[in-house]
Design a binder for this molecule. Structure first.
Ligand code: GSH
Length: 220
């Protein structure tokens, strides 16, 4: 039995949950005992991050490595498009998410929790994320999925981080502008059964987190 170690509120857990649903795989989900920052979790998963996939007692971390493992072991349905170049482009977009777009979303968490944030800090963080979203619109030609007609590795993290970025910016009084092609992509992606199933635990958990974590700006 596949065990997904993660958390309902975690972006990268949601990314993998979508992949597991897309592959039609049965799995159970567990939160690390004591939380993913605990010594007990680091004992099991030395880098301390979630998600990790447990297969036959072996724990595998790093979402991209896990997605590749799933693709190797369960090639159908594939999360990669047809030609080697298209496959490389899909992998490029997956890495663009992890390395260049998601960190700009992650930067918003600290601002949401910080009542001493300044308008300049918020505007700078919003502009930084907007720049990456606009870049994504230039890099991908949604059709309607980011790397063509079907769901691929390119969509997994983006279907979590782009809505999350919009939610966090909204809490901060800013708006994320999605170029029309990306709005069509998001509309199509969010009703894909694997994406909807993967996001189902994530969305209410994130709404709850935002309600409790948000600190209104305090006057200096
Ligand atoms: N590159 C990692 C990123 C995973 C990641 O950052 N996970 C977050 C939760 S969404 C986490 O574990 N943060 C805790 C930490 O970095 O200590 C992956 O793709 O799995």
């Amino acid at each position: 039995m596949i065990v997904l170690h993660g958390s309902p509120v975690s972006v990268y857990t949601a990314k993998l949950r979508i992949a597991l649903h897309a592959k039609g795989l049965a799995f159970v989900e567990r939160e690390p005992e004591g939380g993913y920052r605990s010594a007990a979790w680091r004992e099991r998963q030395p880098t301390g991050t979630i998600p990790a996939l447990e297969i036959d007692g072996v724990l595998l971390a790093e979402s991209e490595a896990i997605v590749e493992y799933l693709e190797d072991t369960h090639p159908t349905p594939s999360l990669l498009p047809g030609t080697p170049l298209q496959r490389a482009q899909a992998r490029f977009l997956a890495r663009f998410h992890d390395l260049h777009l998601e960190p700009r979303v992650r930067a918003l968490f600290a601002l949401v929790r910080d009542g001493a944030r300044t308008p300049a800090q918020v505007q700078a963080a919003a502009a930084a994320l907007q720049e990456r979203v606009d870049l994504l619109a230039r890099l991908a030609r949604p059709g309607p999925f980011l790397a063509g007609t079907g769901l691929t590795v390119a969509d997994l993290g983006m279907t979590v981080s782009v809505p999350l970025g919009a939610m966090l910016l909204d809490a901060l009084g800013q708006a994320l502008r999605l170029p029309p092609a990306l709005q069509s992509w998001l509309d199509a992606a969010q009703i894909h059964p694997a994406v909807a199933a993967g996001l189902a635990p994530w969305r209410p958990a994130t709404d709850r987190w935002l309600t409790t974590a948000f600190v209104p700006t305090v006057a200096p």
